[in-house]
Write a protein that binds this ligand. Structure first.
Ligand code: DAH
Length: 355
């Protein structure tokens, strides 16, 4: 190999120019003999690299008389440049020969099937939230959203749930500090809307909510959508008509709704909404525990205290509100039997719902 054959110590009593020429000549012949680009590269390192033959000659230049130094430097540089140029030239031709050989050896079967990239699908919770928002939009409701960290004022006080009121126990709250909570429902969006917009109002408020509760049918993070209508002379009849129309659009036409008296601090009167089971169409099945009915949400006429808190005169303005749990709506619509499936991230479950 070149490093062995170019034995600098044996040649070190020759004048510098001759030694450079000798290295150069031998290197040129070795470069030309290299059969692979890898061998060629190794040669280059041994000759031109940090510990290569050229470097040792350059080190010796330091001990030359100053008058000879410029000439010697010029010689070394010229030789180095010539060798580098020769290296690039040989490297290029070796590499193109190697590529040609590789292409010849490898055959490509263009008829083989490609590797498929799995398509993502929209999550059923997003799908249902979007679908409900779309239906309500067609009914004249505009979508409004709010932050996940809410003030105590918007989440409770503005909704007629004062501090230390027993109704706060209905919602297992994650407190951030004295005055902030992870919102326990989407109803605070109502309070925010009243601050910025004047009635008549029709608002749909979808989003993520949090409660300190976890078992087979409860998740600490779930989703709701709230419908709010504030106008003059709004009555329970408007609420019933609106919800019944909505149920027909979402679950399918012809399903009946019924309202059962209930209690929510922010509505008076308040009602739970049931609709005929979408799975068995009211005949009775496992989904509805053979009753033919499933509960889909809460509702009522907006409490006068909520309107007054927002600076609206309850004699002039009335309103109704309803709130649905998105996961619950998806469970009923698709016949899903376990709320944990929504957060398990099982692709085979999740991909079934997109159209
Ligand atoms: N915010 C209520 C909850 O999370 C649900 C609800 C009930 C919303 C009645 C309403 C309503 O708008 O009128 O429990």
């Amino acid at each position: 190999m070149i490093a062995k054959s170019l034995n600098i110590s044996l040649m070190s009593n020759l004048p510098l120019k001759e030694r450079i020429d000798a290295i150069r000549l031998e290197a040129e012949s070795e470069f030309k003999k290299a059969t692979t680009s890898r061998d060629l590269y190794d040669l280059k390192v041994r000759i031109l690299g940090k510990t290569g033959s050229f470097q040792s000659v350059m080190k010796e230049m330091g001990s030359l008389p100053p008058a000879e130094k410029p000439m010697a430097g010029k010689l070394v540089n010229e030789a180095k440049q010539a060798l580098e140029a020769l290296y690039s030239q040989c490297d290029e031709s070796l590499k193109s020969a190697e590529l040609a050989a590789k292409l010849k050896a490898e055959s490509l079967d263009l008829t083989l099937p490609g590797v498929p990239t799995p398509m993502g699908a929209q999550h059923p919770v997003s799908l249902v939230m979007e679908e409900i928002s779309m239906i309500l939009s067609r009914m004249g409701y505009s979508v409004r959203t709010g932050p996940l960290i809410e003030t105590d004022r918007n989440n409770f006080e503005g909704l007629n749930v004062p501090k230390d009121h027993p109704a706060r126990d209905m919602q297992d709250t994650f407190y951030i500090d004295e005055t902030h909570v992870l919102r326990t429902h989407t109803s605070p969006i109502q309070v925010r809307t009243y601050e910025n917009e004047k009635p008549p109002l029709r608002i749909a408020a979808p989003g993520s909510v949090f409660r300190c509760d976890s078992d087979v049918s409860h998740s600490p993070n779930f989703h709701q959508i709230e419908g709010i209508c504030v106008d003059r002379k709004v009555s329970m009849a408007d609420l019933k008509g609106t919800v019944t129309y909505f149920v027909g659009e979402f679950f399918g036409k012809g399903l009946k709704t019924r309202f059962r008296p209930s209690f929510f601090p922010f509505t008076e009167p308040s009602a739970e909404i049931d609709c005929q089971c979408a799975v068995c169409k009211g005949k009775g099945c496992r989904m509805c525990s053979d009753t033919g009915w499933v509960e889909i949400g809460g509702s009522g006429l907006i409490h006068p205290n909520v309107l007054s808190f927002a600076g609206l005169d309850p004699k002039e303005w009335q309103g109704f509100a309803f709130g649905f749990g998105i996961e619950r709506m998806a469970i009923i619509k698709y016949g899903i039997n376990d709320i944990r499936l929504f957060s398990d991230n099982n692709v085979r479950f999740l991909e079934q719902f997109s159209v």
